[in-house]
Design a protein around this ligand. Structure first.
Ligand code: FAD
Length: 224
């Protein structure tokens, strides 16, 4: 590796395997009878005085956690999203790394000799595909860090549901107070979600205030 300036090791840090986490969480919820998969269309939501009707079900609250798709939704499209696209590659190389390397890009060890490398930030071209421009950006950075041949096995992309002031969107709708949102997590979904969820739940269940930095009330002037 090209680390002629050296580096630091962060001892107390961690990594969440998001795919595994989602699969296991889904299994857990299914085992409790608490999971249904449904492509929610905002037009299919009927707002009653005490309950909401969503498809064939009745529910007391509905919280939208639909990432970048939120900008097309009837209820919260007024929030100032600042979506951006990120690309990553999965590579294979003959190098044994047992640590995550962060140096402008991040190299995350997966299976033996397999690594995930990324990512990029793109605000203009949000097409739902990988681009040569994005992949080359990653490759150029990777080439400046490692002295080793590698093979790209897979290219991936995602749209980050970022907000304009880089703070999440948490709270209940100004007009429909049984409909909420947890979004705007940008590039920090893993670290921000527990805090934001707790804020929203405490607000709904115990009427506690949501931290004003993440509360959607800060943008109420944009709602008409
Ligand atoms: C390349 C890249 C690298 C990243 N790296 C990191 C990282 O290292 N650490 C980190 O913390 N974050 C990272 N992020 C950011 C992270 O992915 C996001 O913050 C996170 O995914 C946002 O979570 P979300 O649940 O709000 O939205 P999403 O993850 O987009 O999930 C929304 C879900 O809602 C579903 N949905 C949408 N519309 C509907 C509908 N109408 N009905 C039903 N379901 C619907 C979608 O199918 C999707 O499953 C990265 C993002 C990218 C693109």
């Amino acid at each position: 590796m090209n680390d002629n300036l050296g580096g630091v090791i962060t001892n107390k840090s961690g990594y969440l395997d998001v795919n595994k986490f989602i699969i296991e969480t889904r299994k857990y919820l299914i085992s409790r009878g608490n999971y249904k998969e449904y492509n929610l269309k905002s037009d299919n939501i009927l707002v009653g005085k005490k309950h909401l009707k969503v498809g064939g079900w009745r529910t007391k609250y509905l919280i939208f956690c639909i990432g970048a798709h939120q900008i097309q939704s009837r209820f919260f499209s007024w929030l100032p999203f600042n979506l951006n696209k990120g690309e990553i590659i999965n590579i294979e190389m003959n190098l044994e790394l047992n640590k995550i390397i962060q140096k402008s890009i991040i190299i995350v060890p997966q299976n033996k000799n397999e690594y995930t490398v990324g990512s990029t930030y793109e605000w203009e071209n949000l097409t739902h595909k990988n681009t040569r421009f994005g992949i080359n950006k990653i490759r150029n950075k990777l080439d400046s860090i490692i002295n080793c041949k590698y093979k790209i096995k897979e290219k991936k992309f995602g749209i980050r549901p970022a907000s304009r002031n880089k703070r999440p969107f948490v709270g209940l709708h100004a007009k429909y107070n049984k409909i909420g949102i947890l979004n705007g997590l940008g590039s920090k979904g893993v670290s921000l979600t527990p805090y934001c969820t707790k804020n929203l739940l405490n607000n709904i269940l115990e009427k506690k205030m949501i931290n004003k930095e993440i509360n959607i009330k800060r943008y109420i002037s944009l709602y008409s």
